[in-house]
Design a protein around this ligand. Structure first.
Ligand SMILES: C[S@@+](CC[C@H](N)C(=O)[O-])C[C@H]1O[C@@H](n2cnc3c(N)ncnc32)[C@H](O)[C@@H]1O
Length: 200
């Protein structure tokens, strides 16, 4: 069984060019949301940030962004892109499941995209708990959950709205939830945007 919880799993995908999730640009649901109704500025975490396109987009829009990823290739690429484009964003090579130890309530918000579906589904409660720990009380979680349908053998591991609601409920109050108007090709009809606030 491939261990998606190990950096080597993802490092191999990057090394073999099997990074089919790579869009080379910020996620359309994030762009639409921030353009229309930007969440309050402040420190924002982007877990599983990959090459950092969303993190750079947020930084360009005035957020103080830190992207986290445990793949060295991803973090190097994200750091280089930010430097080349003169964008002020920070990237850290970290296992997101270790963040609660030294980043408690450190962030005003977080952007989640394709990290929830990348981790072992058995760790989703732990992931949501981690988000609730690193986001300050009253802070925001903006997420676009994907894929609403798909093969259970992922990643990406499929997601359902009912499951997300259930897992968020102990920690977050969902303020808005809707299907995005724009999604990347192949993702239309399979994404669900959620804005929630930390009630912990
Ligand atoms: C499907 S990719 C998505 C990357 C990025 N969000 C994007 O949309 O381009 C998932 C990313 O999460 C990272 N990742 C998976 N599990 C992780 C963990 N436990 N800690 C840190 N990063 C993780 C992988 O290295 C990979 O870069």
């Amino acid at each position: 069984m491939r261990d998606v919880s190990a950096p080597a799993f993802w490092e191999d995908l990057y090394a073999q060019g099997r990074d089919g999730w790579e869009m080379g640009r910020a996620a359309p649901p994030l762009v639409d949301f921030v353009d229309a109704t930007p969440p309050p500025r402040g420190r924002v975490a982007v877990p599983g940030c990959g090459r950092g396109h969303d993190a750079r987009f947020l930084a360009r829009h005035g957020y103080d962004v830190t992207g986290f990823d445990f793949s060295p290739v991803a973090v190097s690429a994200a750091t280089k892109l930010a430097r080349d484009e003169r964008v002020d964003a920070t990237f850290e090579r970290r296992d997101i499941f270790s963040l609660a130890t030294d980043h408690a309530h450190a962030f005003d918000g977080a952007w989640e995209y394709t990290c929830y579906c990348a981790i072992d589904p058995r760790r989703r409660d732990e992931y949501v708990r981690t988000l609730a720990t690193i986001i300050r009380p009253g802070g925001w979680l903006l997420a676009c959950f994907f894929p609403l349908r798909g093969a259970p053998a992922g990643p990406p591991f499929p997601v359902s709205q009912a499951e997300v609601k259930r897992r968020l409920a102990p920690h977050f109050r969902i303020e808005r939830a809707f299907p995005p108007v724009h999604s990347a090709r192949g993702r239309q009809g399979r994404e669900w945007v959620v804005l929630a606030y930390n009630v912990c």
